[in-house]
Design a protein around this ligand. Sequence first.
Ligand code: IMP
Length: 198
Amino acid sequence: MFETIVLASGNKDKIKELRATLKPLGVTLKSTYDFPELEEVVEDRPTLEGNALKKAEYVHHETGLPTLSDDTGLEVDALNGAPGVYSARYAGESVTYQDNNDKLLDELSEVPTQDRKAQFRTVAAFVTDKGQYAFEGICRGEILKEERGEQGFGYDPVFKPEGYELTFAELGADEKNKISHRGKAIQKFYNWLKKHPS
Ligand code: IMP
């Protein structure tokens, strides 16, 4: 089994979540906090896969340790998959989640309920000495006409997953993780790890 894996992220929620997932396998999870000399990786690739791989390759190269990284985008059908890889800066550089949600609701203001389908997509990339592996997780749903809920982050208040009446921001972290894009990608990674112990 891999003894130590680095998560190429400084996001405390992601670190906590992945640490809990990997615990039963006896894997120690490090993060960018353990390697303060690492530089910020610019996410400038045109795809989620490209960005996830770029971050994992860099951190693996610098630390010599197997590295996991993830990149997520919200892909709205009526916007031909936008904001996608640009989800973090949909309303511009240095914007807030609120700015992005406002812009999204504005862009979709004329779009009727039945055409507001969307999905969150996460690509997790794992880079080791032996190779590079990718794990995808998708959660389908729809964009509501107004925000609902206080929990979560990002586009959670406007996203209602398929088969649910609540938004991600109303569901709460545990419920969200069970069905979310990131949860599914990490579950695939976990299953792969069990079959590939080194
Ligand atoms: P990242 O790749 O995880 O940094 O995500 C990029 C952007 O996608 C974030 O800045 C958020 O705007 C959005 N995002 C990612 N994951 C989620 C989620 O689970 N819920 C809502 N928005 C998300």
